[in-house]
Design a protein around this ligand. Structure first.
Ligand SMILES: [Zn+2]
Length: 346
């Protein structure tokens, strides 16, 4: 056997049997409010043609991901993808998909009109949410959540009937110790939230979704403060590796926070379709997400996690410690909160 066949895949380093789902407690439908179902291409989509019809473009991965989603009870998935992908995906998947338009500029010196034209395109295509991606690594490109062109984009989106904005601010604490150690360049983690709070104050009549447990599962007290001060701020559960690691590490505090604010959390996966992924990659993320929120399962995470540093003699992956949310809370987080927010039928 070669090394390639003996190295466990990133989606299952512990050799877990993903068909074991006896610990699942929830039997109703779920809505995934945060995913990236895209038309995939053989090249890196960042470098490849920004079009749903480029050479080698395929919806096979979307087909695989959404069939796995269905297996895990997900009836609708909100996707961030290129505008050109939307008609292709909508034609094939219909009501199984809704869309979220990410409003950004590729370069800091691009005119603001580039962002407004992108917004117009997404609005024509019927997106229900817009997204402001504002991770610290986007600062160099001017991707601040409260950049003037984003304030204007939010105003225009609101005038066109959009009620919901998703934001990505901050990143794992672990990255602020490594990738973002240069605070002069990237800002500290608390500094990432100043722009978000400004937007929450400027747009109290829109609903704001903080992606990836608000970017701060490491600090449940901070999330609590945001939830208390801004009634129009919600939080999605996406980014599986990050949440498995940090929600498990703070399971008591986060369980009680979600139970105190059961209407404010939304299920999300952050799964991304990519050329060449195997079915079990998608299975691993849904399995871990559901295990984390609804069960009392305890064991090592099956997913490789480069942001986890094991102590001496400890296993290579972090502990997954299920929160076992009460059934009435789960039903809200998995389904009802997003259904109500986006005014979907049952
Ligand atoms: Zn995402």
């Amino acid at each position: 056997m070669t090394a390639a066949t003996t190295t466990p895949p990133e989606h299952n380093v512990t050799g877990l049997d993903y068909s074991d789902r006896n610990h699942f407690r929830y039997t109703g439908p779920l809505i995934d409010v945060h995913a990236h179902v895209m038309v995939t291409r053989p090249s890196d989509p960042k470098n490849g043609p920004p079009s749903g019809t480029g050479p080698g473009a395929s919806i096979d991965q979307a087909e695989t991901m959404l069939s796995v989603a269905e297996e895990f009870g997900i009836t609708r998935t909100y996707s961030m993808c290129y505008p050109d992908d939307i008609p292709v995906l909508r034609e094939r998947f219909g009501a199984r998909l809704g869309f979220n338009g990410s409003i950004a500029k590729k370069k800091a010196d691009e005119p603001d009109d580039v962002a407004y034209q992108l917004l117009d395109r997404f609005l024509e295509l019927g997106v229900e949410i817009i997204k402001f991606w504002s991770a610290p690594r986007g600062r160099e490109r001017g991707l601040f959540v409260d950049a003037p062109w984003r304030i204007e984009a939010a105003r225009r989106a609101r005038a066109a009937g959009i009620r919901v904005v998703m934001v990505h601010v901050a990143d794992p604490d672990a990255w602020f110790r490594t990738t973002y150690a240069d605070a002069a360049k990237f800002g500290t983690k608390p500094e990432q939230y100043a722009g978000l709070e400004r937007m929450l104050e400027l747009f109290p009549d829109m609903t704001w979704i903080g992606a990836h447990m608000g970017g701060d599962p490491e600090h449940p007290d901070h999330l609590e403060s945001l939830l208390e001060r801004y009634p129009h701020y919600l939080i999605d559960t996406s980014a599986t590796k990050w949440q498995v690691r940090e929600v498990s590490a703070h399971h008591q505090a986060l369980r009680s926070l979600i139970c105190r604010f059961p209407d404010r959390f939304l299920f999300g996966s952050d799964l991304v379709t990519r050329h060449g992924l195997v079915r079990e990659h998608y299975v691993s993320r849904y399995w871990c997400q559901r295990t984390l929120w609804e069960s009392s399962w305890e064991g090592r995470s099956p997913i490789a996690d480069a942001d986890y540093t094991p102590g001496p003699g400890e296993p290579a992956t972090p502990l997954l410690h299920g929160l076992e949310l009460p059934p009435e809370v789960l039903e809200k987080v998995y389904y009802e909160n997003t259904r109500r927010l986006l005014r979907l039928g049952r």
